[in-house]
Design a protein around this ligand. Structure first.
Ligand SMILES: NC(=O)c1ccc[n+]([C@@H]2O[C@H](COP(=O)([O-])OP(=O)(O)OC[C@H]3O[C@@H](n4cnc5c(N)ncnc54)[C@H](OP(=O)(O)O)[C@@H]3O)[C@@H](O)[C@H]2O)c1
Length: 350
């Protein structure tokens, strides 16, 4: 266990911090880019709400690759969005589930006490802001920890499989990275849409991928999943950064490739050149070669919640960590050992 250092609030460290305010909270704070040692567990003011924002009392917050990118500021291209010299928002975390504590004056969709999940701002904290149109009601029957790992990678998988992959009944679907945060949802959603899924992951996780609905599984450590004779109608690529030409060879002549992302693509641009080349190649091919940046909106959250309520999608929670152990949680994600998702659980006042 590696509990983050707890420091007393200092008005000199963070702009706007007033040591005498009583409306404070514990949060994970990073004031510079770096490894997990840049994270501190400290008391800061609760966020102030905008007109259409909701204050969520956080119960759980998912750990995803985006949090690692924000923490390290790598690839460097991401700093254009996160802040050039240091993170613009010093509290990491987007995934959130919890209870509405307060609402802005213009909020119409939620009221105090509602149980919500979705995309928030700085959710590794006891309280977090969220735009009301980036939240939805927690699906009936789902516990709040599982709801905390649903939004970020769940809606990404939904958009990859349904909006961009356009999976239809009977389609042969290859999911590269089937054991990951996006992949575990992609396998379930593609199966729910009637796709026949081949899931690619490392050996020890293959049984779990099969249980999620994959008709067939392949271990990328012992065989090249693209070098088989099989051709796929849809490939959902979430891991491995394989060459575009190899991916295209494994597609049918009119098949669809959806590049979601992949780690270790380089410190500068993180392999985004592959996505750009796919877009260019797609203009002169019968194959559809696509990529996307996931949208954060209520429509996709509600569609995902519906899939959960109908038993088609169940979040896979590998492990939970208390908020002060956020560094351990991110290190566990980075180790590659996690299956599905990791959640931070938050108890206000502890
Ligand atoms: N486009 C967007 O808007 C968007 C949104 C969210 C995430 N992303 C990106 O999507 C990627 C996946 O995210 P994630 O949360 O699913 O990450 P993750 O939880 O770390 O999962 C990565 C997956 O890739 C697999 N993998 C690793 N090396 C592989 C290889 N050589 N061949 C095949 N599979 C391999 C892993 O399998 P094992 O664990 O079995 O080794 C695991 O299943 C990340 O790069 C993330 O930044 C993009």
């Amino acid at each position: 266990m590696n509990t983050l250092p707890v420091s007393a609030p200092s008005p000199h460290d963070l702009p706007g911090v007033d040591r005498h305010r009583t409306d404070t909270m514990f949060a994970v704070v990073q004031r510079r880019y770096g490894d997990v040692d840049v994270l501190e567990h400290r008391r800061i003011p609760r966020p102030e709400l905008g007109e259409h924002e909701v204050l969520v009392r956080v119960a759980a917050a998912g750990v995803d690759r985006g949090v690692w990118h924000l923490m390290t500021g790598r690839p460097y291209l991401t700093r254009l969005a996160f802040g050039l010299r240091r993170p613009r928002n010093p509290v990491p975390g987007v995934d959130v589930a919890g209870v509405v504590e307060a609402v802005g004056v213009g909020v119409t969709r939620f009221a105090e006490g509602d149980r919500v999940f979705g995309h928030g701002h700085g959710t590794y904290a006891e309280f977090a802001r969220a735009d009301e149109d980036r939240l939805a009601a927690i699906p009936t029957g789902l516990d709040v920890t599982a709801a905390g790992v649903l939004a970020v990678t769940g809606t990404t998988a939904l958009q990859a499989v349904e909006d961009h992959g356009r999976v239809r009944p009977g389609d042969q679907v290859l999911v590269l990275g089937a054991s990951g945060g996006v992949g575990t949802y992609a396998v379930q959603i593609a199966t729910a849409l009637g796709g026949i899924v081949t899931g690619v992951a490392s050996g020890s996780k293959l049984d779990a991928v099969r249980r999620l609905g994959a008709a067939r599984v392949l271990d990328y450590r012992s065989q090249d999943p693209l070098a088989q004779a099989d051709r796929y109608d849809v490939i959902i690529d979430t891991g491995g950064n394989r060459r575009l030409r190899d991916l295209r060879r494994a597609l049918t002549p009119t098949g669809t490739l959806v590049i979601v992302g992949g780690e270790n693509g380089g410190r500068l641009i993180g392999g985004i050149d592959r996505q750009i080349r796919a877009g260019l190649a797609s203009t002169v091919s019968r194959q559809r070669l696509t990529t996307f940046v996931a949208r954060e909106d209520a429509g996709h959250l509600e569609r995902l919640a519906d899939l959960v309520e109908h038993g088609h999608v169940t979040p896979v929670v590998d492990r939970t960590y208390p908020l002060p152990e956020a560094a351990d949680a991110i290190a566990h994600l980075q180790s590659g050992r996690a299956l599905g998702k990791i959640a931070l659980v938050v108890e206000v006042g502890r």
